[in-house]
Design a protein around this ligand. Sequence first.
Ligand code: 1HN
Length: 356
Amino acid sequence: MDTAGTAFSFTKPDASPERREFYARLCEKNITPLWEVLGKLLHPSPVPQMVPVMWRYGEVRPYLMDAGRLLTEREAERRVLVLENPGMRGQSRITPTLYAGLQMILPGETARSHRHAASAFRMVVEGTGAYTAVEGERTTMHPGDFILTPPWTYHDHGNPTESPVVWLDGLDVPLVNMFDTGFAEHHPEDLQPHTIAEGDALARYGANMLPVDYTPERLSSPVFNYPYARSRETLEQLRRSGPLHGCHGLKMRYINPATGGSPLPTMGAFLQLLPAGFCGEPYRSTDATVYYVVEGEGRSRVEDASFAWGARDIFAVPSWSPVSHEAQSDAVLFSFSDRPAQQALGLWREQAPLRA
Ligand code: 1HN
């Protein structure tokens, strides 16, 4: 049986001149006494450097357009404005383990093919008709589509339309680099050859069937585009059968259809519907979470912060910070986090609802 404990606290022993002199001798040998640092290592509950933060799309979009005037996609490799958490500036992190950025590709541009150890996904924000190619198959992007780039798969993008296309990139780069497991390379050609008919992966793996002799080649989902039209239809149908969760409204997670697990090994992604008038209870979990508003208007409270959001806004919730959502109109929130990584390591916790 689990025995309830008392909150962990630790007071550093006083530092006498003799002790200080001892610590200085240790310091020269790259040694530190644990009792001098223990308070920084163990806490009764998480102490994130990350802070709650929101970016309004309307404020960021003009900067994307400026970037479009100032640099070509080729020069930039990817024209992305990185969303940096104010508690962790200079580290390209939106949460301790994850990266997020807004990428824009202009009409006629292509982004050259490369691959890396980090997992990536795109959540399409604006514009229809650009494509991402992954391992020989292209997929056309529509707003709200959730598109994977599994680790070590070649990927390039193109925009054959007449308008700029913008998407939100999420990657596990900080996590991969913490392990010092980051590798990357360019494809020998600018753009990889287009060898598989569009829609193949979704038909083959995304229709509640698998090829009879299917054996997984990788940990990630074999489906790489989860079209918004399908996911939205699911939410619409389910709202009629209810019930709603007191904290989450109607919340679904994206899956690897071959395993029921997360679409990418380290990153989980979710889509939730909050019906107009929904007023959710507070909830918290250890996976710091990034939310992207696909549709609707509402407000989310995170600790003392209150984020009034509309379509295309982005906000981030630190580990173990209570969050509650309210919707003024029917709203759809996409979110992502490192939950599968925490779960694989036995670290993940949640608490809901917080009010009795
Ligand atoms: C990357 O490969 C893309 O392929 C976008 O579109 C953002 C951020 C860090 C590292 C690699 C892309 C990225 C990235």
